[in-house]
Design a protein around this ligand. Structure first.
Ligand code: GLT
Ligand code: MN
Ligand code: MN
Length: 386
């Protein structure tokens, strides 16, 4: 029970289980694994796919011969294990060249280099099978707004996304873009800070149908927001192209903890949303093990991410099948249809009729809603006593 299968579409980036335990204050605590070794590691824990940044796979200074050798080994590992590459992305944040941003950098050479690097990375991602391409602009921001005009930054981001969408179309690639928001870290402030900002930005692009979002639990939580509501907005707009699952205590630095390790109840409502809405894309665990873990414990971390999702999925089924919960839902959503003649699609007649309708405002205010009872039933399901 609770073991993952390919149908779950659970994926991990090379940088997740391959994280070596470095943080801003301390040196690595684990030895680096090669990309092909990570593929075998992921196969052992039962993952379906592996994602990468261009430079997780091929170091930024690799020679063409080294590149070919690495890709050959990586492809062999994919063949040997049956793992797939559903998503790829570009590292536009590690190299000092990108210290002032990539697509939004003030230096036009950096902006051009970012486009060039991304086109090469897209070619490599597509070669290895990726159908979703993520953009996380970690350096696309400022520490001081004296340095960059925020309106200029938006225009530069748009120009870059349009350029790359047209590039993908020109190549005839079957590839969609998924934009990932984060409010801050590593920049003081990052542009398009939330999933909602990204959804609005996408509508201003030349080819908006090619572009959706890749929301990450920790990133909305860092901003103190309700992640489930952001994902719901993306789903409702057919824009949930990918998702980064992890966990995060509110108000802290970007922790990238194991999925459901901190906020069980929000994780439950997130899984409920994904399952009830029929989301069928990849579920990427963008998280890493504690710095204290050795690779045995990294396995416990990776298995824990998938297991927690599957356990919560079972809790969701239990919640949906619970007759007491269903009775409460029927009660709180009851609708006798008597308002239909006044609301819904606008007409002048409806508006005139509604304006002269009399409401018993006091009675409306008197009605009680059993939300305490409903939430307690939810908690009891989560605590395993129901
Ligand atoms: C980085 C970041 C993630 C992004 C990755 C994609 S890299 O680890 O913290 O949230 O999804 O660039
Ligand atoms: Mn993160
Ligand atoms: Mn992420």
């Amino acid at each position: 029970m609770y073991s993952p299968s390919a149908a779950d579409k659970f994926t991990f980036g090379l940088w997740t289980v391959g994280h070596i335990g470095r943080d801003p204050f301390g040196e690595p605590t684990r030895l680096a694994k090669k990309p092909h070794e990570i593929v075998h590691f992921l196969a052992e824990v039962g993952a379906y796919g592996v994602n990468f940044h261009d430079n997780d796979l091929v170091p930024i200074d690799a020679t063409p011969a080294e590149r070919d050798q690495i890709i050959k080994q990586f492809k062999q590992a994919l063949d040997d294990t049956g793992l797939v590459v559903p998503m790829a992305t570009t590292n536009l944040f590690s190299d000092p060249a990108f210290k002032d941003g990539a697509f939004t950098a003030n230096d036009p050479q950096v902006r051009a280099y970012a486009l060039q690097k991304t086109m090469h990375a897209i070619d490599m991602g597509v070669e290895l099978g990726a159908e979703v391409y993520v953009f996380w602009g970690g350096r696309e921001g400022t520490e001081t707004d004296a340095a960059k005009d925020p309106i200029t930054a938006i225009k530069r981001s748009r120009e870059a996304m349009n350029y790359l969408c047209h590039y993908v179309k020109d190549q005839g690639y079957n590839l969609k873009f998924a934009l990932e928001a984060k409010p801050n870290e590593p920049r003081g402030d990052i542009y398009n800070a939330t999933t909602g900002n990204m959804l609005a930005f996408i509508e201003t692009l030349d080819l908006p149908e090619m572009v959706g979002v890749n929301p990450e639990v920790a990133h909305e939580h860092m901003a103190g927001l309700n992640f489930t509501h952001h994902v719901a907005q993306a789903i409702e707009q057919d824009k949930l192209f990918h998702i980064d699952l992890n966990d995060q205590a509110f108000g802290r630095y970007d922790q990238d903890f194991r999925f459901a390790a901190v906020n069980l109840k929000s994780a439950f409502f997130l899984v409920k949303l994904l399952e009830d809405s029929g989301y069928s894309g990849n579920k990427h665990f963008d998280a890493h093990a504690y710095r204290t873990s050795d690779y045995n414990d990294v396995k416990a971390f990776a298995r824990g991410c998938m297991r927690n999702y599957l356990i919560l999925k079972e809790k969701v089924a239990r919640w949906n099948a619970d007759s007491e919960i269903q009775a409460v839902l029927a009660e709180i959503n009851a609708d006798d249809g008597s308002m239909d003649q006044f609301v819904g699609a606008y007409s002048a007649d409806k508006a005139a009729a509604l304006k002269s309708l009399t409401f018993d405002r006091a009675a409306l205010g008197q009605r009680g809603f059993p939300y305490e009872a409903l939430d307690q039933l939810t908690v009891e399901i989560l605590l395993g006593v129901r």
